[in-house]
Design a protein around this ligand. Sequence first.
Ligand code: SF4
Ligand code: F3S
Length: 104
Amino acid sequence: TYVVTDNCIACKYTDCVEVCPVDCFYEGENTLVIHPDECIDCGVCEPECPADAIRPDTEPEMEKWVEFNRKYSELWPVILEKKDPLPGAEEKDGEPNKLEKYFS
Ligand code: SF4
Ligand code: F3S
């Protein structure tokens, strides 16, 4: 599976949702997640993210993000269309510790 990681938080560009063939992105207030059981591992969303926030779970230390994506994809509504990024997305792109700083 692919997962959405830290750098999506407070940016939420949403380019990713346009290309997913199985519509498995879910939307929270300041980030998106991928449903790990619905993702077919096609990889097309990864290069679409301007914040480089989408990673394959084969990378090191991804367990935390798989669990994060799984948890919130069960709670949040599906998102099917691109929308405007969050205000200040460009300035916040690349900030460290966005989960601790912005996610509640
Ligand atoms: Fe959707 Fe493919 Fe990205 Fe998985 S890897 S979330 S199926 S676009
Ligand atoms: Fe987030 Fe990147 Fe999609 S910032 S909303 S994962 S395009």
